[in-house]
Design a protein around this ligand. Structure first.
Ligand SMILES: Cc1cc2nc3c(=O)[nH]c(=O)nc-3n(C[C@H](O)[C@H](O)[C@H](O)COP(=O)(O)OP(=O)(O)OC[C@H]3O[C@@H](n4cnc5c(N)ncnc54)[C@H](O)[C@@H]3O)c2cc1C
Length: 424
């Protein structure tokens, strides 16, 4: 089916044939939805290696693991009946011929594309430890693996989580809720070292300890012991911790191999400009898989690993393919839920800065990054969702580079949204 989709960079040829999206995560699924909603005469092929139609994977380390939900919620289930959408689950793309824009699927079939979008996301990093292949060792990224872990935890026992980042801590909280004994091992000197300032991370650590989780910092696992099944974690200091289950949660790497093999420029992420164009005309990329080219050409550009930016990128590219031609300038925002805590952050990561509020208050504490009188980012923690008001309230300031002083930021009575409005 032909379509009226626009593409200034690739000429009319690109408008022949379907828009093909590799990856059925939030970025790819939202792009498909935006195209279906915006254009009658559109044909979209959504290819995903997972056996499932698009779903919300953020629940995997939370309500799915605790058993509150039987399965993660579907994303846009209404779209699945749309005859203009050809959703192919369990379909892995193994090669991209960038020149002819033809894909090779795992079963050997070719697929010709009009526009091609890589929304391949990120894969959990593993650790090169002897014994990592033993059963009872889990990575949490996809529904099937999360359900296996949930079922394993139903029997109780000792869970050792390798990695004190957001997902590792969410898994730890869920496992405590299931009644497991839980130990988190973090190689760095503190938790959440890439995400939160120390004052907030220390509070998160205290809450986990209050809930009975053992947290060991500055420890390095060297081997997963056992026979066919994991039985323990050996540490560099010579100790061995008994373990019934091990979760490896040491971050995620952008899935870029298809792009690399196709000759598309990649630097720890598929490089894109502010319209999600890769280095090859007619091929776009969105979501966790991408890194934005640095505007000043200096240093690495931004890469996000968060749900809301993935949705926003899918929406934005969809509008552009429908003719909008706008630069993407959304402020990235993320959240994490652990026990009763809500963690939120927006903008560039903040590891130190201006504090506002109290950890004991329902509105929590936020820390702002401030450079040249402008907010670069904000991170915050509260019991319950109270911190959202501050973090979301600061986003217009970040987007508009609103001038602000440290005293204004530190004062909980200063309305940040109003300040951004008044000074924009
Ligand atoms: C357990 C967990 C909890 C999370 N919780 C939060 C949270 O609380 N808050 C938050 O902000 N973020 C959270 N995130 C992060 C968020 O889920 C991701 O940022 C988001 O899913 C990225 O979306 P994406 O569409 O770019 O990629 P993904 O969601 O990774 O989807 C990519 C899809 O592409 C498919 N694919 C890849 N290569 C191929 C190929 N060659 N052929 C076919 N298909 C392919 C994959 O199978 C996958 O389905 C969480 C992530 C995980 C794993």
């Amino acid at each position: 089916m032909g379509s009226n989709l626009m593409d200034a960079t690739t000429g009319p040829d690109a408008a022949d044939g379907p828009v093909v999206i590799i990856g059925g995560g939030p970025a790819g699924a939202t792009l498909a939805r935006t195209l279906l909603a915006g254009e009658d005469d559109v044909s979209v092929v959504l290819l995903t290696a997972e056996p499932d139609a698009p779903y919300d994977r953020t629940h995997l380390s939370k309500s799915v693991l605790t058993g509150e939900r039987e399965a993660p919620p579907s994303l846009y289930p209404d779209d699945l009946d749309d005859p203009r959408l050809d959703l192919r689950t369990g379909t892995e793309v193994v090669a991209v011929d960038a020149a002819s824009r033809t894909l090779t699927l795992a079963d050997g079939d070719p697929l010709a594309c009009g526009r091609l979008v890589l929304a391949t996301g990120a894969s959990p990093r593993s650790l090169p430890l002897p014994g990592i292949e033993r059963s009872g060792v889990h990575l949490v990224r996809e529904r099937v693996a999360a359900l296996e872990l949930r079922d394993a935890l139903a029997g109780g026992g000792h869970l050792v989580v390798l990695g004190g980042g957001l997902i590792g801590l969410e898994v730890a909280a869920a496992a405590r809720q299931r009644g497991c004994e839980v130990t988190v091992l973090e190689v760095a000197a503190r938790l959440l070292g890439r995400v939160l300032p120390a004052i907030l991370a220390d509070h998160v650590q205290a809450v986990h300890r209050d809930h009975g989780t053992t947290i060991e910092l500055g420890v390095r696992p060297t081997e997963l012991t056992g026979e066919a099944r994991v039985a323990g974690v050996r540490l560099a200091d010579g100790r061995e911790l008994a373990a019934d289950h091990v979760v490896v949660a040491v971050g995620a790497a952008p899935r870029t191999q298809l792009a690399v093999d196709a000759g598309i420029e990649v630097e720890d992420g598929i490089l894109v400009d502010d319209r999600f164009r890769t280095s090859v005309p007619g091929i776009y990329a969105i979501g966790d898989a991408v890194r934005f080219r640095a505007c000043d050409g200096d240093g690495p550009g931004l890469r996000t690993e968060a749900w809301t930016p993935a949705l926003a990128m899918g929406q934005h590219l969809g509008r552009n393919l429908l003719g909008a031609d706008e630069a993407y300038a959304e402020v990235p925002w993320m959240w994490s839920d652990q026990h009763d805590l809500t963690i939120q952050a927006a903008g560039s990561p903040v590891l130190d800065g201006v504090q506002r509020g109290e950890l004991s208050a329902s509105t929590g504490m936020a820390v702002f990054g401030l450079a040249d009188g402008r907010v670069t980012g904000v991170a915050g923690v509260s019991e319950g969702r109270g911190i959202g008001r501050t973090v979301r309230g600061a986003m217009p300031m970040i987007a508009q580079a609103t001038p602000v002083t440290a005293d204004e930021l530190a004062d909980p009575d200063v309305d940040l949204r109003r300040l951004a409005r008044e000074r924009s």
